[in-house]
Design a protein around this ligand. Structure first.
Ligand SMILES: *Cc1c(COP(=O)(O)O)cnc(C)c1O
Length: 456
């Protein structure tokens, strides 16, 4: 039997991508001040900057777009999406938003108070920022294995239950709810087991605290559960997803990930708590409750996306993509974060560029080199993103120097990935030539988006 895992779709509409010469890329990167965020997407061959909102919609989704009901109030498209989400989550209330962070902003505004504390396996950066802006402390409690790039634990997104129990004892009065991010994006797209989620939910319940899930990649997580967790091999993805939601009281979602759409998000809540206040804020900042931050056609595309993302052949192919890239890179002597997660591969830049010191920003330098070598765009997750320049001019550096290559859904074919792996492995062979960079200009917050660099 053939073992090659094929893309479980054929292509009906294509978008050309443009090959550039190395000389052109050198000029383009100089013009972008050595910051890949400042490149024009047309000048990138394979864009692995993010898996968020970059996926391809299916023919069924495009057809559903024509069915969009753009009525201001009570649109048919809302009820269609509501039915799909009710079936998946079992939750009564749907609050659509324009993307994930808007869902966070609204829920946190109504469900937290200044001085509160929210535990999570790892807060995604917008989740953390939306808590902190309300004066809430965001506490990351992922298991220690989740912080070790070489540990092969099957569920490195799990939360440390002992630490949670201890925190509930000590700071329980400050905790309005617990959160869990599935999969754990900031921890490398690593999955959470059903057993861990159940134990966490029970622990919270014993202290009278609800559980809110950040479910951006709920389907990828369910597939990992099916493949890795004892007792789930014969279960349908839909039933695994339903069981996961049944353990919690609500969720926030960026539909730009496992919603298989280019824009969208929502809050879904099991009971009435928070609903009225959240809807009032929704009207103020997003839109009327039956469309929130979206057009009717967006709601339709999302309703279809949430059904398509459960298909097992799709999920098998999806998880296999990252695994396949990981295998190719390891065979070429490239160190990555293991095991590969659901949506991305992370290159260890310190191991790739041992001749560079922290002041050379190795992960940033590697991201630049990948562009120069083969037109690839990844994102630095290292000292430019997490370090900072202090008042006295000294720099702080991050412990890990990673380049994340995140994979858009249903966009690139196996030969695109073969090409990307080849580029990376060829670069590895001449890694000594890669030059470090220095920051020439930076902003105070989120500096990686706009910073300007020069060669070291
Ligand atoms: C993307 C993401 C968000 C934020 O969603 P946006 O749609 O980008 O606003 C929140 N949490 C996680 C885990 C994410 O991956």
């Amino acid at each position: 039997m053939p073992t090659t895992l094929i893309e479980p779709f054929r292509i009906k509409s294509v978008e050309p991508i443009r090959m550039t010469t190395r000389a052109e890329r050198e000029a383009l990167l100089e013009k972008a001040r050595l910051n890949p965020f400042l490149l024009r997407a047309d000048d990138v061959l394979l864009d692995f900057l993010t898996d968020s909102g970059t996926g391809a919609m299916s023919a069924k989704q495009w057809a559903a777009i024509m069915e969009g009901d753009e009525s201001y109030a009570g649109a048919r498209s809302f009820f269609r999406l509501e039915a799909v989400i009710k079936n998946l989550t079992g939750y009564e209330h749907l609050i659509p938003t324009h993307q994930g962070r808007a869902a966070e902003r609204i829920l946190f505004a109504v469900a937290t108070h200044p001085g509160d504390l929210v535990p999570n396996n790892t807060h995604f950066d917008t989740t953390r920022a939306n808590l902190e802006v309300d004066g809430v402390e965001a506490v990351d409690l992922v298991i220690p294995e989740g912080l070790d790039p070489k540990n092969l634990h099957p569920f490195k997104g799990n939360i440390d239950l002992e630490k949670v129990a201890e925190l509930l004892e000590r700071e329980g009065h400050r905790i309005p709810f617990g959160m869990m991010t599935v999969t754990n994006n900031s921890g490398g797209g690593q999955p959470v087991s059903m057993a861990n989620l159940r134990a966490y939910a029970q622990l919270l319940k014993r202290h009278g605290k609800p559980l809110v899930l950040d479910v951006c990649r709920f389907a990828e997580n369910a597939m990992f559960v099916k493949l890795r967790e004892p007792g789930f091999a014969d279960r349908s993805i839909e039933s695994i997803v339903q069981e996961m939601f049944s353990l919690a009281d609500g969720c926030t979602m960026s539909a730009k990930k496992d919603g298989l759409v280019n824009i969208g998000g929502f809050i879904a809540l099991k009971d009435d708590r928070w609903v009225e206040a959240a809807r009032n804020l929704l009207i103020l900042t997003e839109g009327f409750p039956t469309y929130g931050g979206l057009a009717g056609r967006d709601l339709e595309a999302l309703a279809v996306g949430l059904e398509e993302v459960l298909h097992e052949d799709y999920l098998r192919y999806r998880l296999r993509t990252a695994e396949y890239m990981g295998e190719k890179l390891k065979a070429g002597g490239v160190q990555i974060v293991e095991p590969t997660g659901g949506h991305a591969v992370y290159l260890d830049a310190k191991a790739f560029l041992p001749h560079l010191g922290p002041e050379d920003y190795p992960a940033w330098s590697l991201a630049n080199a990948l562009y120069l070598e083969g037109g690839l765009r990844g994102v630095e997750i290292g000292s430019v993103m997490f370090g900072k320049r202090l008042e006295d001019g000294t720099e702080t550096y991050h412990a890990m120097e990673l380049v994340r290559l995140a994979f858009p859904r249903r966009v690139y074919t196996q030969s695109h990935f073969d090409y990307a792996a080849e580029v990376i492995c060829e670069l590895k062979a001449k890694a000594g030539e890669v030059r470090g960079v220095r920051i020439r200009k930076q902003s105070r917050f989120l500096r990686h988006f706009t910073a300007e660099f020069g060669w070291a």
